[in-house]
Design a protein around this ligand. Structure first.
Ligand SMILES: *Cc1c(COP(=O)(O)O)cnc(C)c1O
Length: 481
C-alpha cells in the first residue's frame, strides 16, 4: 500500500483498489443508537446490522472479495466427488505452501477439531504462543491442557517490540523436557488473535521448528491471520526485507509440519483446511474428514467459496493486497495514541485495540470497563467493536469471576472494506469519547448465560450515564449524528 505524504506533511495509506460494488450504510441518530443498544441488552453482539454504521466487530467472513474472486465463483464445478474446483484449490495451496497433502474443512475450528481428535488425549499438554478461544475449547474438551508461553512483551499494552506474538524459546525447551511424552504437538499462531493481532518473526518460527524437530514433536501452524503476519515480517524483520511475500510464506511453511487456517480470514473467503507433507499425519486426519466435514473434495465447503479461496490465496502473495489492513490499523493506532487515547502498541493485524482499563480508570473491573466502553462507543458513533476483557472470561465452578489480565475493546478492520474517511470518523469519535470518558459508567448483569456469556448475555447500565452521554454528545456536535 502506498503511504502517501501530502503537502502539509501529513502521511496516510492510500487504498490500492477501487470500489465497484457497494452496500448502503445507515447512521441512525444518537437517540436511536441509545435505544438500539438497550434493546440489544448492552451487548454489541446482539445489535442488528441495520443499526450499525461501521461494523468493526470482527474480521471473520466479512473481508471484501476481489473482482477475480467473484468471477472465479461463477465457474465453480459443483460435484460431490472429484470436483475440478477442489483441484484448483489444491494447486493454489501447493503453490503457496508447497505441502503435498490437503484436507478441506468447513472453517478454522473444524480443522482444530480434527487436529485435537487426532493428536490430543487426556493428560496432553499443548505449548503455544497464545491460545484462541476455539483452539482451547477443542483441546480441553478432550482432557488436554493449553500451555501459553509467549514472550514477556505479549502482556505489555504499550511496547516498541515489533514481534510481541513470539514464543518464548527457552520456556519451550523447558516444557518439552518437563512434559516429555505428553506433548502431542506445539502450536504457533501467526499472528495472534487475542493479544491484539501481534505478529511473530520468521526467526522465531524457525527457532521453534528447530527445537521441536530435536524433540521429535510436530509443529502445527495456525495460519488464519497469516496475511497480516507476512506484511509484518516483510516490513519489520530487516533480515527478510528482500524476500518476496511468496518466499516468506514458503519459508514459514518449510518450517512447520502441519498448517491449518480459517479461510474466513486468510484468502478473504469462507472455509478452511489443513496442509501437510507428512503422509502419516495426513492418513490419520483424513479418516475424520468424511465423518465430520464432508467428502474429501469439498469438506463441508461450498464450491463457490473454494474457488474464491483459490484465487484469494494467490492474491495474498501481493504486498499491495495484504498491507491495507495493517496500514489502516497502524494509522488508526498512531492517531489515537497521538491524541492521548490509550491503545495497544505497536499496531498489529486484525484491528485497533483500545485499553479500557486506562480509558475508564474509574470503572471497577467487576463492572466491565471493556463492555461499557464498547457500548459507549456504539452510542456516540454507531461503530461496533467487540469486548475482549472480563466479560469474555468464564466463572469458575464456585461461581467466582476471574478478572481479565487486559481489558480491551477490539475495533476490527475487515480487509479492504472501510475507506480512509470512515477510519478518520471513527478516530474522531473515539477521541471525543476519551475527552468525555468521565461520563461513562459501568454495566451489570441482567441475564448471564452459563457458558460463552459474552456472545448472548444481556446487561444493564449502572445509573443513568447513557442519557447523560447522549445529552453531552448533542451539545457538542449540535445535532444527533
Ligand atoms: C478465527 C480464528 C480461528 C477459528 O476459525 P473459524 O473459521 O472462525 O472457525 C482459529 N484461529 C485463529 C487464530 C483465528 O483467528
Amino acid at each position: 500500500m502506498a503511504n502517501i505524504r501530502i503537502l502539509n506533511g501529513e502521511a496516510f495509506p492510500v487504498e490500492m483498489h477501487k470500489v465497484r460494488v457497494i452496500q448502503k450504510l445507515n447512521l441512525p441518530p444518537v437517540e436511536e443508537r441509545a435505544k438500539a443498544v438497550t434493546l440489544a441488552g448492552n451487548n454489541t453482539f446482539l445489535l442488528r446490522n441495520r443499526d450499525v454504521f461501521l461494523d468493526m466487530l470482527t474480521d471473520s467472513g466479512v473481508n471484501a472479495m476481489s473482482d477475480n474472486q467473484l468471477s472465479a465463483m461463477l465457474r465453480a464445478d459443483d460435484s460431490y466427488a472429484g470436483s475440478e474446483t477442489f483441484f484448483r484449490l489444491q494447486e493454489s495451496l501447493d503453490h503457496v505452501f508447497q505441502k503435498e497433502f490437503f484436507l478441506p474443512a468447513h472453517q478454522g475450528r473444524a480443522c482444530e477439531h480434527i487436529l485435537a481428535k487426532t493428536f490430543v488425549k487426556k493428560g496432553s499438554i499443548v505449548p503455544m504462543n497464545y491460545h484462541f478461544t476455539t483452539t482451547k475449547a477443542h483441546i480441553t474438551e478432550l482432557g488436554g491442557q493449553v500451555l501459553e508461553i509467549p514472550t514477556k512483551e505479549a502482556y505489555k499494552i504499550t511496547s516498541a517490540c515489533p514481534f510481541k506474538g513470539n514464543l518464548d524459546i527457552e520456556a519451550l525447551k523447558e516444557a518439552l523436557q518437563k512434559h516429555a511424552g505428553r506433548i502431542p504437538f506445539v502450536r504457533l499462531e501467526a499472528g495472534t488473535n487475542l493479544i491484539g493481532g501481534q505478529p511473530l518473526s520468521l526467526d522465531n518460527i524457525k527457532e521453534t521448528y528447530a527445537v521441536c524437530k530435536k524433540a521429535g514433536v510436530p509443529l502445527v501452524l495456525d495460519a488464519s491471520l497469516l496475511s497480516d503476519n507476512l506484511h509484518f515480517i516483510k516490513t519489520r524483520e530487516d533480515k527478510y526485507k528482500r524476500l518476496s511475500i511468496l518466499e516468506i510464506t514458503r519459508e514459514i511453511a518449510r518450517h512447520s509440519d502441519i498448517i491449518y487456517f480459517s479461510a474466513r480470514k486468510l484468502s478473504s473467503a469462507r472455509g478452511g483446511g489443513i496442509c501437510t507433507s507428512n503422509k502419516d499425519y495426513y492418513l490419520l486426519m483424513r479418516e475424520l474428514v468424511p465423518m465430520y466435514e464432508g467428502f474429501l473434495t469439498y469438506g463441508g465447503m461450498s464450491v463457490r467459496e473454494m474457488e474464491a479461496m483459490a484465487v484469494g490465496l494467490v492474491e495474498t502473495m501481493d504486498e499491495n493486497v495484504i498491507s491495507q489492513g495493517p496500514e489502516f490499523i497502524d494509522y488508526m493506532t498512531r492517531q489515537l495514541a497521538a491524541a492521548g487515547v490509550p491503545v495497544v502498541t505497536p499496531g498489529g493485524g486484525l484491528g485497533c485495540h483500545l485499553d479500557a482499563k486506562a480509558f475508564l480508570p474509574h470503572i471497577d473491573q467487576r463492572q466491565y470497563p471493556s463492555g461499557a466502553l464498547a457500548v459507549a462507543l456504539y452510542i456516540i458513533s454507531g461503530v461496533r467493536g467487540m469486548e475482549r476483557g472480563t466479560l469474555s472470561e468464564q466463572r469458575d465452578e464456585n461461581g467466582n469471576e476471574p478478572l481479565a489480565d487486559m481489558e480491551l475493546v477490539r475495533l476490527a478492520m475487515p480487509r479492504r472494506v472501510f475507506t480512509m474517511s470512515q477510519v478518520k470518523y471513527a478516530i474522531d469519535r473515539i477521541v471525543w469519547l476519551h475527552k468525555n470518558a468521565g461520563l461513562v459508567g459501568g454495566l451489570t448483569w441482567d441475564e448471564e448465560p452459563r457458558v460463552l456469556r459474552f456472545f448472548y448475555g444481556r446487561l444493564l447500565p449502572v445509573g443513568d450515564w447513557q442519557e447523560r452521554l447522549v445529552e453531552k454528545f448533542k451539545q457538542d456536535f449540535g445535532d444527533s449524528l
